[in-house]
Unconditional design. Structure first.
Ligand SMILES: *Cc1c(COP(=O)(O)O)cnc(C)c1O
Length: 460
C-alpha cells in the first residue's frame, strides 16, 4: 500500500469516528481492561512482524478508535481539552511527516516562522508590542518556564548554585497543581508555596495581598512571584488581575498570570474584560489546545521583558549554541525541550481555517451555553450550582454528601453515555462540566440533569 492509500484509509476512519459520535451512535467513552485491550489491538505481534497497512491498518484503526474517548460526542463534557478543528489535526500530520525538529532555525525555518508569528500574535492580544515567548508542550511546562524566568531575574545565581533558600511562591488553593510542581522542580520545595488570602469564591483578594506580602517578608522570606489565575481550573473564575498587578508593581514582585485555560478570552471583545490588566503582568501562559481548538499539545509562555526569557535557561550545548549569523531564530534557548514539534503549526492551522473571529465566536458560544446550563441546573430543586460561570466551566452538586457526587460520576462514566468530571472547590466536591464541544447543546444538559437526578434518587 502506498502512503496515500493508507492516509485515505486513516482519514476515512477518523471522519467516521467523529460522525458516529455526533450522531450518538457510539458511547462517549469505554474503558476496557488494559491488558485485554492491548491483546485485542495485537500490538505486540504488529511490533514483531509489521504489516500495519491496507486492510490490517483499517482493522487496527477500527479497534483503536472504538476504545478511544470521543471528544466529538456532544455529551463529552469532562475536561478542558479542545475538540480540534479537523483541519487543525492536519498540522500534526504535516509536522509528523516533515519532522522539522525546530530547536534551531536551520532545522525548520517555516515552522519557526509560524511559531514566531503565532507568539507575536498572542503577545499582541495581551497588548505587548515588545515581549518574547515560545511554545511548549503544554501549560505545565509553560508555567515552569515563566517561573524560571522570574527566578532568573530575582536570583540569577540560582541557576548555578541550585536550591535557593528564603524564597516563596504565592498563589491560591485554586491554582493548577503545575504551579506547586514548578516550585518543587525549581528546588524551592512544594512547602515554599504560600496561599494568598482569597474572597468567598476563592479568588485572590488584592486588598489583603499587600499585608500578606509584608507578613512573608517579616518572616524573612521573599516572594519570587505571585501567580494569578486567568481562569482557575476547577471553577473557571478569574482573579482580579488589574488590582493584583497594582500591588505587585508597588511591591516589586513578578506577577505571573496562568491563563492556560482562560487567556483565550482575549480574542473576544465581549469577554476580554475578564483578563483586564493582564498587560501589567510580567508573564502569561496561554494554551492552544483548550479554547483555541488546536490539537494537543501547544502552550505559549509569554514574557513582557524580552530579555527575561533568555535568563530562564542559561546552559551551554556547544554543538547547537554557537554564535552564528542566521536569518532566523533558535527557540532552543527558551524552552525545556531540545527537539520540539512544530507547535505553532497546530495553533495556526486551527485558527487559520476560519479566522480568529470564528474562534472568538466559539468561546462566546461556549460561555453562553455554560450560563444557560447553570440557570437550568439552578432551577432544579435538588441541585446547587457553585458559582455563576465566567467561561465554559460549570460546577454543580446534587443535595447529599461528597460521596454521592463521586458515585454519580462513576455511574455515568461506567455507562459511557455521558462523560463529566468532578472537582474540589470551596471546601466541597462538585460535578463539573467543561463545555468544550461546539456540538453540545442545552438539550444535552437537560438530558444530563434528568440522569443525574434519577441516579441520585435511585435506591443504593
Ligand atoms: C490546563 C491548565 C494547566 C495545565 O496545562 P497543560 O497544558 O494541561 O499542561 C495549567 N493551568 C491551568 C489554569 C489550566 O487550566
Amino acid at each position: 500500500m502506498t502512503f496515500q492509500e493508507d492516509a485515505r484509509i486513516t482519514v476515512t476512519a477518523l471522519q467516521a469516528f467523529a460522525d458516529q459520535a455526533l450522531e450518538h451512535e457510539a458511547p462517549v467513552l469505554v474503558q476496557p481492561q488494559i491488558g485485554q485491550l492491548a491483546r485485542d489491538l495485537e500490538i505486540e505481534s504488529l511490533i514483531a512482524e509489521g504489516g500495519l497497512e491496507g486492510p490490517r491498518l483499517m482493522q487496527f484503526l477500527e479497534k483503536y478508535l472504538a476504545a478511544s474517548t470521543r471528544l466529538h460526542h456532544p455529551r463529552c463534557m469532562a475536561h478542558q481539552v479542545a475538540v480540534p478543528v479537523s483541519q487543525g489535526a492536519l498540522a500534526a500530520l504535516v509536522d509528523g511527516f516533515t519532522n522539522n525538529a525546530m530547536a534551531i532555525y536551520e532545522m525548520g525555518p517555516a515552522a519557526a516562522a509560524v511559531e514566531q508569528t503565532v507568539v507575536n500574535w498572542m503577545l499582541g492580544k495581551i497588548g505587548w508590542r515588545e515581549g518574547a515567548g515560545a511554545l511548549t508542550h503544554g501549560g505545565s511546562l509553560a508555567n515552569l518556564t515563566a517561573l524560571l524566568a522570574a527566578r532568573a531575574q530575582l536570583v540569577p545565581r540560582a541557576w548555578e548554585e541550585g536550591t535557593i533558600y528564603g524564597y516563596v511562591l504565592v498563589c491560591t488553593p485554586g491554582s493548577h497543581y503545575s504551579v506547586e510542581r514548578a516550585a518543587a522542580i525549581m528546588g524551592l520545595g512544594s512547602k515554599r508555596v504560600r496561599y494568598a488570602p482569597t474572597d468567598a469564591l476563592g479568588r485572590l483578594d488584592p486588598e489583603a495581598l499587600p499585608g500578606f506580602l509584608d507578613q512573608l517578608r517579616a518572616k524573612g522570606t521573599t516572594p519570587l512571584a505571585v501567580v494569578a489565575n486567568g481562569g482557575s481550573t476547577a471553577l473557571g473564575l478569574y482573579d482580579p488581575i488589574r488590582d493584583i498587578a497594582a500591588v505587585c508593581r508597588d511591591q516589586g514582585v513578578w506577577l505571573h498570570v496562568d491563563g492556560a485555560h482562560g487567556a483565550s478570552v482575549l480574542l473576544s471583545s465581549r469577554l476580554r474584560h475578564l483578563m483586564a490588566g493582564v498587560e501589567e503582568a510580567q508573564s502569561v501562559v496561554w494554551d492552544g489546545h483548550k479554547l483555541l481548538r488546536s490539537p494537543t499539545l501547544c502552550a505559549a509562555v509569554l514574557i513582557r521583558d524580552p530579555h527575561a526569557l533568555d535568563g530562564a535557561f542559561q546552559e551551554e550545548a556547544s554543538y547547537l549554541f554557537h554564535d552564528k549569523e542566521q536569518p532566523g531564530v533558535d527557540f532552543i534557548h527558551r524552552t525545556v525541550e531540545c527537539t520540539k514539534a512544530a507547535l505553532g503549526l497546530k495553533i495556526f492551522f486551527s485558527i487559520a481555517h476560519s479566522g480568529e473571529r470564528a474562534i472568538a465566536a466559539h468561546i462566546e458560544r461556549q460561555t453562553d451555553l455554560a450560563k444557560e446550563a447553570a440557570a437550568l441546573l439552578r432551577a432544579t430543586p435538588e441541585i446547587e450550582v457553585a458559582v455563576e460561570p465566567e467561561t465554559n466551566i460549570v460546577c454543580f452538586r446534587v443535595a447529599g454528601p461528597d460521596e454521592l457526587q463521586l458515585a454519580i460520576r462513576k455511574r455515568l462514566t461506567a455507562r459511557g453515555d455521558y462523560y463529566i468530571s468532578t472537582a474540589e472547590a470551596l471546601g466541597r466536591r462538585w460535578l463539573r462540566l467543561a463545555l468544550m464541544n461546539p456540538a453540545t447543546t442545552i438539550s444535552d444538559i437537560t438530558a444530563l440533569r434528568s440522569e443525574v437526578v434519577k441516579i441520585a434518587s435511585a435506591k443504593p
